[in-house]
Design a protein around this ligand. Sequence first.
Ligand code: F6R
Length: 364
Amino acid sequence: EKGNYRHFMAKEIHEQPEVISHTLASLVDMTSETVRLPSLPFDWKNLSRLTISACGTASFAGQVAKYWFERYARLPVEVDIASEFRYREAPLEKGGLSLFVSQSGETADTMAALRYCQENGQHTLAVVNVPTSTMSREADAMVRTLAGPEIGVASTKAFTCQLAVLACLAIGAGKARGTLTPEAEKELVRALIEAPRLMAEALRLDHEIEACARDLSKAKDVLYLGRGTSFPLALEGALKLKEISYIHAEGYAAGELKHGPIALIDESMPVVVIAPFDAIFEKTVSNMQEVAARGGRIILITDEEGAKAAALPGAKTIVMPAMPSVVSPLVYSVPIQLLAYHTAVLIGADVDQPRNLAKSVTVE
Ligand code: F6R
């Protein structure tokens, strides 16, 4: 039931600190601050490549994971949307690992990608929320996201639980491959354990975020920009807005701005910039200045340091708590989801049952 919330989506957004805690508790040892993965039928050390396939929001979780696996486990990753992957006849080295991410575990294209990989001699690992699903049964191994039932058609808590599981897998892979020292592992795990508290803090920014949503609710088009792991978040932010508010939105890697989309910028186009104060912050800010110089209306999601350093007078800023970069994709999901949610509510759209969409896409 919806409890005190108007919509399942709101309830599920607010459940995130709790379900992330559960999911993390199943994969990390809180006392020793180490990752504790279930036994898997392959050895991370023997892999030369990881292939990730998924659809929609789950594919953006896969895109974030690519940065993590490459950084922490030095494992080259290819991510593709399952509807493309299944038909493009990708050559796969025998004994490789293919990973599938799915809330429902029933998505037709992702299932077909899994079967293709099995036919081509891959180990298959599924990150799934519904444990009784076809994907859980057919994959060689499964790691559960403990998000609980997700009723709202727009995925929220399942997405952040996917991120939590994928972060643990990447850290576990790094440990097994010897690319992460025990100290580095501890530091990452300690950061992840903070995610629920940081998400709860982000949830308290609800009113500020709602004020920004007023701006979005009047727009025809919205651009989302981010770099690094914030790039897939920009894609996710744009998808969330499109699917529940029916406002056209696009996510771009901030560095791609000048290769085309900058031509769209004018006073009527809000630009949401996702930029925690990290190693690539300065780069994103310079892209943001290019937007400001062309009269674009900016909504900047950053932390205190970032707000100070950006010093953009015209920008609306959502000031997040400071955090280690490994948790920022989980925590920054909260304002991204709330922005879409409040925009859709302001417009009067059916948040939990957007037109034309089904919760589980079992036909291709
Ligand atoms: C977006 C959304 C969809 C799903 C996609 C994959 O909010 O819900 O993009 O993420 O249809 O579904 P699963 O994860 O069930 O495979």
